[in-house]
Design a protein around this ligand. Sequence first.
Ligand code: SF4
Length: 378
Amino acid sequence: MLTDAERAYVRPELLEVVENRKSGLSLNWIIGCPLDCGYCVRHLFDNFSMTVPRALMRESEAAALLTGHPFFEPHVTPIQLLNRATDPMLPVVKEHTFEMLRLLDEQELTNHVLVITRWRLSPEDCAVLNSLRHLKVTVLITYSGIDDARVEPVNSEIAATSLRTAYAHAERYRVILYWRPIVPGLNDSPVHLQRALALSSHAHATVFTGLFYKDQIRDYFQAHGLPEPYAEGARRKVFPERLEQAILTAAAARPPGASPLFRKTSCAVAYAHGLPDYNGHVGVRELCDICPAAQLGRCTSGWKQPEARDVAAMAASLGGTLIAVTDRAAVVSGLDEQRRYRIQHHFGFQVHDVTKPHHPHRHGRADLGWPEPAPEAS
Ligand code: SF4
């Protein structure tokens, strides 16, 4: 357990154990990771040097914080475990992850729970995950195929083996190939694409996505002489149009039986469980042009444009203002990301900030690597 003296050196954001992210309410009661990926989000918290995982509190306390959080809705709010500053399957962390899953499952909660790992998963671990009775558990195995050890010291074969094991033993939980980050010059050669796409047969769904090239991560790349993939930093994930086209073309040539590709994490999670997307991406219809027809049907019938007065009331209760509800998204002002996701998860409908427009056909990504934006459509 982290002592009070040690806490004084940790940024306050990392001591906030519950944080609302797009894929779900995120519970981070353990921080520290030895895996040292060059693009780790720990750079954003000045925490990259903390390589030994340490608990901020016990599982029972953390579970109570989650279920007592004002943004938590039983059976509705998606949950993510230990996705910010450690890996939930590290040997010293794993038992804590499983204990948290048991605590939540005992409460008969049926919420989605996302467990994202790039580390080892054994058949015994799979048995624990299969023993959960209520939660909708999804294991997302992060695989990049990056072979520059300066950027990613952990061999991607570890993740590939975990993926095969997790998929082979999946009964009650679902498995996603989390193919990321895909970065020009590092892992976008035809050989890299073929290797990753071959793994997509060992998953219920596959997500492909880019790099969060925020300034702190760019600083790390520069300070360590790493090849810089982009000439500037970006607030959103970077995924150039050319790269997306190369992946979709290569994916189209896969043999039958490979899992479908998704641009968004929640789409893959929802598909894997046979449910509509909980982030309401179907309102941004061009996102769905690669989705299986049955899933598009599920999302379309599960999606409803909310009443403006209901969204306005929730926005106001969170301290913001509704600007408009369009047929794609609710547009709000005065709400940070965490509050916007609260509304988005509640209504299953996209919520965008009026000052950060989503350009059509950009799929919510950074502008880098795309033509000049077309006029805003929503
Ligand atoms: S239909 Fe659209 S929103 Fe639904 S899972 Fe597919 S891509 Fe996502």
